[in-house]
Write a protein that binds this ligand. Structure first.
Ligand SMILES: Nc1ncnc2c1ncn2[C@@H]1O[C@H](COP(=O)(O)OP(=O)(O)OP(=O)(O)O)[C@@H](O)[C@H]1O
Length: 407
């Protein structure tokens, strides 16, 4: 029995030495290949297989105290082999690994997302493939969670589960809890398939491999928290601005101007009579409004019309002129909010020329807005033309600028 254990001890030591040499070789190979090298799976080396142990030796192994030392060494090398194989399959150069993660996290900053975009496009084809695998495996996971448990049935499925776990660790940036639970369940399932094929000897390695996995999950968590810190959220403009100072600063650093960052929020119930003298609406416009059944201005109109009229006054006296950006729901009356100030400004012009251009996103809107302009320019010497590409450019051009009526 002691002879057997001594023999086994020798074997294990020899095996551990081989393992170390092999690991060193692999590391050297990796270094030589550089960061762009594509990951490859390592074919199982027959010399590294767990030595076949007879049933007698098996008993000795369980009882013999010597087995503990070499066994722990053996189990170390065994488990270091397992993650190594995994590492090779998962291998993504550190910087690119981050970019893959970033690419799946919606990145708010255009600069940051552009970097991520660039990174993913400059990444090696293998990494691009990996990212698509991540997406597909994510979808697969969503649709069929139970597929992971199948991996315990055969060694082939165990490699599948390993690649699954690689996907989960790549996509881990989504949420911490999902990473740890996913990666741990996947790696455990792959280990259990190994242990089933390796019989008792690898059951010792199970505990150490689990601890390695927990180390891995801790590392992934650390990497994720770093990643989370590096990715900023989109500024919440609706929240109290005092609470969002950081977000505001960030938005400013993105080039968003102060006036866009601090909008004036108007109560939607706010309204004002069109005849209010403070608005200085011309009698003809008032008549046109009444004709259209409008007696009060909606909130967006009540807020913008006096502002634009004031702007007109400052423009008249060569004072500063401002842009105005309005965000209001559909049907809230935005069209009249600019149609009336435009008409009110152009009504005194004697020389007819193209003075205002309204740019709209669709042809339907062009027709709709042209109709509103036609209704509200009644009684004024103002002509409204439209160009939406429905007739030839020359005709549109002449209708806008070459028409003798415009001169
Ligand atoms: N002050 C008002 N009083 C009564 N009706 C109004 C008033 N202002 C606009 N309307 C009517 O409300 C409707 C919606 O107005 P309008 O089309 O200008 O909204 P909008 O915000 O420009 O919508 P969209 O986002 O679709 O362009 C129109 O039929 C318009 O005639």
């Amino acid at each position: 029995m002691t002879a057997n254990s001594a023999q086994l001890e020798k074997l294990l030591k020899k095996h551990a030495l081989k393992m170390e040499k092999r690991e060193k070789k692999e590391r050297l190979k990796k270094l030589k290949r550089g960061p762009d090298s594509t990951p490859t799976t390592c074919p199982p080396d027959p010399s590294l297989q767990i030595p076949s142990i007879s049933s007698e030796q098996n008993i000795d192994l369980a009882l013999d105290p010597i087995s503990k030392a070499p066994q722990s060494k053996f189990s170390d090398s065994k488990t270091s082999l397992q993650p190594n194989l995994k590492k090779l399959e998962l291998f993504v150069p550190p910087s690119e690994n981050n970019s893959v993660n970033k690419a799946f996290i919606p990145s708010p900053s255009p600069l940051k997302s552009a970097t991520a975009f660039e990174n993913i496009h400059t990444a090696s084809p293998k990494i691009k493939k990996k990212s698509s695998e991540v997406l597909s495996s994510k979808k697969h996971k969503d649709s069929n969670d139970s597929s992971e448990s199948d991996s315990t049935t055969s060694s082939e499925s165990s490699t599948d589960s390993e690649s699954d776990s690689s996907a989960s660790s790549d996509s881990s940036s989504d949420s911490d809890s999902s990473i740890s639970s996913d990666s741990s369940s996947d790696s455990e399932s792959s280990i259990s398939s190994d242990s089933s094929s390796d019989s008792d000897s690898s059951s010792v390695s199970d505990s150490s491999s689990v601890s390695i996995n927990s180390k891995e999950s801790v590392n992934t968590k650390k990497a994720d928290s770093k990643l989370e810190k590096s990715i900023s959220r989109f500024p919440d403009f609706t929240a109290d601005l005092d609470d969002t100072l950081l977000e505001t600063n960030e938005a400013q650093s993105m080039g968003i101007p102060e006036w866009l960052l601090k909008p004036k929020i108007i109560n939607s119930n706010f309204s004002i009579a069109i005849s209010d003298p403070r608005l200085e609406i011309s009698p003809q416009t008032l008549a046109n409004c009444y004709k259209m059944g409008i007696s009060d201005f909606f909130a967006v109109q009540a807020a913008t019309i006096p502002l634009l009229n004031a702007n007109y006054t400052s423009f008249k006296y060569r004072q500063s002129f401002r842009d105005l950006c309005v965000s209001a729901p559909t049907g809230s009356g935005k069209t009249l909010a600019y149609v009336i100030p435009i008409i009110e400004r152009l009504k005194f012009r004697l020389i007819r020329r193209l003075r205002v251009i309204v740019v709209l996103p669709t042809r339907d809107l062009v027709t709709q807005v042209k109709k509103v302009f036609d209704q509200f320019t009644r009684g004024f010497n103002i002509k409204v033309g439209s160009a939406s590409g429905e007739i030839s450019f020359a005709k549109e051009q002449s209708s806008l600028v070459s028409d003798p009526n415009y001169r």
